[in-house]
Structure formats: C-alpha cells, structure tokens
Design a protein around this ligand. Structure first.
Ligand SMILES: [Zn+2]
Length: 133
C-alpha cells in the first residue's frame, strides 16, 4: 500500500505513512496528524495561506462526511421503526416475530451509534472552539 500524507496543520509539517496507520504524530509538536490522502499536494511550509485553505477544506469535507453519515442513519432508523410497526400490526407468526426481532436489534445498534456520534460531535465542537476554529 502506498504511503499517504499525514499533516500537522499547526506546524505545517507532513509525514508519509500508511493510510491505516494508527496514532501518527507530528515530528515537531507530537500532536495527532490528519491524513489528507495521497493525491492532495502538501504546500511548502512557508505558504501559510495554502495551509490555511488546505486545513479549511479538510475540516469542511470531514464535517460533510459526518453529516451525511448521520442523515443516512436517521433515515434508516425511521425506516426500521415503520417496518417494525407494520410487522407488529399484522397477526403474529414465527417469521414475522423473527423479522421484527432482527429489525429491533439493528434499530438498537443504530441508536447506540447515534448516541456515540453525538457525544464525539460535542467533543470535536469543544476542541474546535478551543482552537478558535
Ligand atoms: Zn505539529
């Protein structure tokens, strides 16, 4: 697997690591680096404006990704609730009971993810506020 660029936006440094590398640290400030892929050009350190634009684009696309993920999850939760209600409104049989049980399990997992997601969202909002973003 080819190496990807991992950057520290504060120090304007980049290191190359595998895209699945864990805990990639900035060689200067030791804070966590962000992976910007292999296609994005890393600006020269002196190009402050380019770094700012790169950072804005990076966080914008991450926010959009997370937002899209939440939207898909909310839609699926809604569909599951409707399907469960539809199954439960019909006369009971083994097949429907089993199907409703499976759907309820998926629903619980999605709701747990949604809860975890909003917790981590609060954390990153707090972090972004501290960084003055
Ligand atoms: Zn750094």
């Amino acid at each position: 697997m080819s190496n990807y660029a991992w950057v520290c936006f504060s120090c304007r440094t980049a290191v190359r690591r595998s895209p699945v590398a864990k805990d990639v640290r900035c060689p200067e400030c030791a804070s966590q680096c962000e992976c910007i892929g292999y296609k994005t050009l890393v600006p020269a350190r002196t190009k402050i404006r380019d770094w700012r634009m790169l950072s804005e684009a990076f966080y914008r696309s991450r926010r959009n990704y997370v937002f899209g993920q939440q939207k898909r999850r909310v839609r699926r939760i809604h569909d599951l609730e409707q399907e469960i209600a539809r199954l439960e409104a019909m006369p009971l049989n083994d097949g429907r009971t089993l199907a409703a049980k499976r759907l309820r399990k998926e629903l619980e997992e999605l709701r747990a993810q949604q809860q975890a997601g909003s917790d981590s969202q609060r954390r990153s909002a707090l972090l972004a506020a501290q960084r003055g973003r």
